[in-house]
Design a protein around this ligand. Sequence first.
Ligand code: AGP
Length: 608
Amino acid sequence: MCGIIGYTGPLEASKILLEGLSGLEYRGYDSAGIALCMEDSQIRVVKKAGKVKNLEEYCRQQISGTAHSGIGHTRWATHGGVTDTNAHPHRAGKVVLIHNGIIENYHALTEKFHLEDKLLSQTDSEVAAQVLNCLYEGDPLAAIHKLIDLLDGSYSFCIMFEDQPGAVYAIRNVSPLVAASTPSGSLIASDLTALIPYSRQYFVVPEQHIVKLTPYKIHVYHLDDTYTKAYPEIMTVNWNMDAAMKNGFPHFMLKEIHEQPDALRNTILPRVNKGIPDFGEDGIPDSIFKECSQIQIIACGTAMYAGMVARAIMQPLLRIPVTVSIASEFRYEEPLIDEKSLVIIISQSGETIDTLAALRLAHRCGSTVLAVVNVKGSTIARESNYVLYTHAGPEIAVASTKAYSVQLAALYMICCRMALVRGKYTREQACSFLADLLDVIPAMETMIAQKEMIRDVASHIISSPDAFFIGRGLDYAFSLEGALKLKEISYIHSEAYAAGELKHGTIALISDQVPVIAIATQEHVYSKTISNIREVKARGAFVILLVKENAVVDDNLADIRIRIPDVDDHFTVFPIAAALQLIAYYASLGKHLDVDQPRNLAKSVTVE
Ligand code: AGP
């Protein structure tokens, strides 16, 4: 997703902007650009399709002189191809603007302001710049206010006006922005990775408020007639810059796979009280668990697959309906939730726009919303009734790994607490459940330690165009995430299937040496899964079998066997997740792909 950074202060702006854009690369992008307010107050715009490194080289060639304020942008294309012209910043008269989000009524605005012959790019963002320029009569606050009144859609803008040297303006609606006033100057950015080198104190830019950055002070204004001042809460970053660096690992993804045991400790242990889960410190009352008549889990991507695993654990134990919905679908389903429903929102970034929209719909239905979020102070966290923060630290790789594991841990603890308060678990059973959960940490460490074996396993599939993941029950829920991991970073077309469903059509795709990653860790359906594996083996599949270490397996059943440390069936997802993450990682590496920033993907999807 687009990255935004703005700066004004005593330092050289181009250096700060380019370094900031490098820190935002992980969000996913295809072009980059900066605008600088030069000493003669002229604004220079330099932008290029391609990586930030291309832009840095181009800046070295094109820019001479100094600048102490500017804005920078990495673009994840929504409207128009990947070209220099479509890159941001966009200039229109005295206005220079960068944008993250989607202006939904940009066609109507193009007609209303007769912009057809003025537009150089194919982007909605340039339309916003052109409209703002039409509205600008020397008062930035008034012009921005008029612009916002005309827009439909999501946006975070950073804006410079050529006759307002040294000032950077910003405003957001849904798309995230954080800001910090520091001894090095004032900064604003899409997320903390660009601010952390300068400050650990920051504030979240409130929606629909105009921000004005001056070198040593940031002003925040309500969008009212007199632009009264606002004073957002100052927050402190809960992680350090090292956490956002590779620290010797070749890729963020491999580092984050290795961080999972610590991430699980940091998420679970602070919430263990006398052997059972306790959310008192999180401000989450038992009443929301005790009184709800159903649970609705809503998320996207990996977070949604974590929800699928949670459902498989929760529903049989709690004996109430537990539904998992894709956020982008939920919004249009006219959902059957009400004030008796507990809605659990799962999001690593806390900024996924589809998930945020579903959260807002849940509020309109009168439901209680509990969010499981990794980024402190994120929009989803702030708009939920209750938040259970995971403590994985920043997840930089686009492919979610440690966030998935800690989401599961949080959901398992919620399940355990609910079972206890609803009388489905005795205290002893809750203690035993939590002990099993803590046992997954050494199990993950054991699995991760076998990464070279798994690297060899991955070498068998890197030339395959397709791969299938199969399992039954919880193993099927695990396989969904395994398929996503493999396809999103190795570009191998991977699909997960309920093992029993394969023969109802899809088995037609199984032929000689087609890789099938089969997961068989659930005792109660083990023999059935083995039968399904025999069915694909009989058709020539190359079978990679994940089974518990003490499982009895015929020698001729699988081509490769990965032994999973022996944990309770309900908890095998954790070592399995590590194994499947490593298979995906080494498959991508073996194909010499960009593991941390796969093509077309963004870390936080803040457009619909
Ligand atoms: C998974 O590896 C991807 N990063 C993606 O599916 C992600 O899980 C999804 O976009 C949801 O993001 P969120 O958890 O930040 O809301």
